[in-house]
Design a protein around this ligand. Sequence first.
Ligand SMILES: Nc1ncnc2c1ncn2[C@@H]1O[C@H](COP(=O)(O)OP(=O)(O)OP(=O)(O)O)[C@@H](O)[C@H]1O
Length: 256
Amino acid sequence: MSDVVIELSGLGKSFGSLEVLRGIDLQVERGEVVCIIGPSGSGKSTLLRCVNLLEEPTAGKVVVDGTELTDPDTDLDGARRHVGMVFQQFNLFSHLHVLDNLTIAQRKVLGRDKKTAEKVARENLDRVGLAEKADAMPAQLSGGQQQRVAIARALSMNPRVMLFDEPTSALDPELVGDVLGVMRQLADEGMTMLVVTHEMQFAREVADRVLFMDGGVIVEQGPPSEVIGNPKEERTRTFLARVLDPTHTHPEAPAE
Ligand SMILES: Nc1ncnc2c1ncn2[C@@H]1O[C@H](COP(=O)(O)OP(=O)(O)OP(=O)(O)O)[C@@H](O)[C@H]1O
């Protein structure tokens, strides 16, 4: 029996007259890593933000781990706890130590006591290779370390699924590998992940499935060997030719 964790059906989103998502159907199974690629403005971030209702869909249904988030009777705050999100910007509290950045939501949202929250926080800092940075202030860390703290913070809430929105785009190229390494490790541990990324090598090596989006629809999807290695659709081929061109300097280009 399949174990679907994320289920989007007929998902639509418009901003005024701008239709950004059109009739998206998507099922993500437990433990699956799905990478979303596509040109700027194709709706990738909006799709991700609809999964935890940071954006409210204008049509369709969102179900996460059996709970319909689009049902007005759903306790949205409760349901969102199961969805960890990591953004391009790390959004750490600059006035709090790393450890407090990781304990604050655990204590406020999950009601964990200080000792338990700190234990969970230290375990997750260890998981991202930053156990020794618990007492540092965010400004004392590199961008890559701050992003790993942001991942550890999301993991401290024991999510059932992790959403990543271009988590390496704001990083200096030499720091990208450490963050992708942590994401690879999570994938190996069986975390269900939906990742918007320009890192084609990561998508190629880590994704179970790649979605190519354009114009608010999923144009093509399948294993990376097909969608990246041997795309069927002309639009996918054009996009990949552009981003895989080493002379290409657009932000969609994969970092070296
Ligand atoms: N809050 C908003 N209000 C109005 N328009 C928006 C809003 N958020 C996104 N859009 C528009 O929706 C479209 C899709 O944006 P989205 O960020 O989802 O694309 P994307 O594929 O993630 O692009 P990128 O790769 O550049 O991040 C864009 O035209 C964008 O300007």
